[in-house]
Design a protein around this ligand. Structure first.
Ligand SMILES: Cc1cc2nc3c(=O)[nH]c(=O)nc-3n(C[C@H](O)[C@H](O)[C@H](O)COP(=O)(O)OP(=O)(O)OC[C@H]3O[C@@H](n4cnc5c(N)ncnc54)[C@H](O)[C@@H]3O)c2cc1C
Length: 309
């Protein structure tokens, strides 16, 4: 049997997490196909075909896939699933929208945010905000899952997999795309940035957040993140929230400024390669996960650090 990866993309480029999903898919030691569903799929299919470990690229093409809905994608994926024992994608807002619907239509379980694939039907997942690792077994004939990209290396490129067009059902009438609004920023995207500087409740105001966090992020070419307390207080916009109910990041360097390190925040950043914490409380939880800790008043040391860089 085979494994099917659902590729996320922006219409022009594959999301870099697709290459990580390809690595995860090698665990089943069976052929791996990648589904590209797009209005103009040729360049995307060519990118997917270069990934080492991909047997073939399936191409679903339809004008409505310029802005695909979960309903349309599920209608494309479900008829394919009979040929597959595994349907997987990297864990993201995109896959969280599509794959539960696929699993429901196939009447099988959905396993989300898998951290480790133990064997062909056994997985490690975080529960209680990642505080407990549960090993779970799924006995369904088709395994539908999302994997945490940061836990798997990206597959190398240089391959030349076969590209095949598939029959694409028309978009269902029940729902349609109306519009989308992106936050435009000169900074790197939070989920892809190599460096993230995050601020917490201790900043005290939106002005202080901007005056203390942004200059340090500028110097480091970093994305800005925030704790939920900072977001709830209006110091930073919602899409910057890192954590269980925000985004999960795993940059090379994560600098937590005035953040206590609650488990819900740690869930979103503890896979970062190097964690630096600045907090005036030496007992703060964040120091337990930090590689480097500075016990200090952030309003003194962050401007000094920024000036020294
Ligand atoms: C269901 C659920 C989901 C949640 N999801 C998320 C989530 O996704 N992300 C998230 O972040 N939280 C989440 N939370 C909230 C989480 O539990 C914490 O409340 C939140 O992370 C705290 O944010 P904070 O660290 O900024 O604030 P605090 O916990 O108030 O910490 C502020 C820190 O700043 C330090 N400090 C104060 N002044 C200074 C100074 N001048 N210099 C240096 N340090 C200073 C203090 O010592 C303290 O450690 C969730 C909670 C629940 C219940």
């Amino acid at each position: 049997m085979r494994t099917l990866i659902i590729a996320e993309h922006n219409g022009q480029h594959l999301n870099e997490q697709v290459a990580r999903a390809v690595t995860a898919a090698q665990q089943w030691q069976q052929p791996v196909d990648v589904l590209i569903a797009a209005a103009q799929p040729d360049a995307l299919a060519a990118q997917a075909a270069t990934l080492q470990g991909v047997s073939s690229v399936l191409v679903a093409s339809d004008a409505a896939l310029q802005h695909p809905t979960a309903e349309h994608l599920a209608d494309i994926i479900v008829p394919l699933a009979a040929n597959y024992t595994v349907v997987l994608a990297a864990h993201s807002a995109f896959s969280k929208n599509v794959l539960p619907r696929v699993a429901a239509l196939l009447d099988v379980n959905m396993l989300s945010d898998v951290l480790e694939i133990v064997n062909t039907n056994t997985y490690v997942r975080g529960i209680y905000a990642g505080n407990v690792l549960a090993t779970v077994q799924n006995r369904d004939a088709i395994q539908v899952l999302t994997v945490r990209g940061s836990k798997f290396a990206a597959a190398a490129t240089g391959a030349a997999a076969e590209v095949k067009a598939i029959t694409t059902p028309a978009a269902p009438a029940g729902s349609r795309w109306i519009s989308e609004a992106f936050n435009k920023s000169e900074r790197p995207a939070l989920t892809a940035a190599k460096v993230v500087v995050s601020g917490g409740r201790a900043l005290g105001s939106a002005d202080a957040f901007a005056q203390v966090i942004a200059p340090l992020a500028d110097k480091l070419h970093a994305a800005i993140g925030a704790s939920r307390a900072a977001v709830d207080a209006g110091y930073a916009p919602n899409d910057l929230q890192v954590g269980q109910t925000g985004v999960v990041v795993a940059p090379e360097l994560y600098i937590a400024v005035g953040i206590s390190g609650a488990i819900q925040h740690a869930y979103g950043m503890k896979d970062s390669k190097v964690v630096v914490a600045i907090n005036q409380d030496p007992e703060a939880q964040i120091f337990k996960i930090a590689d480097y800790g500075l016990v200090a008043d952030l309003f003194e040391v962050v401007p000094q650090l920024t000036a020294a860089l």
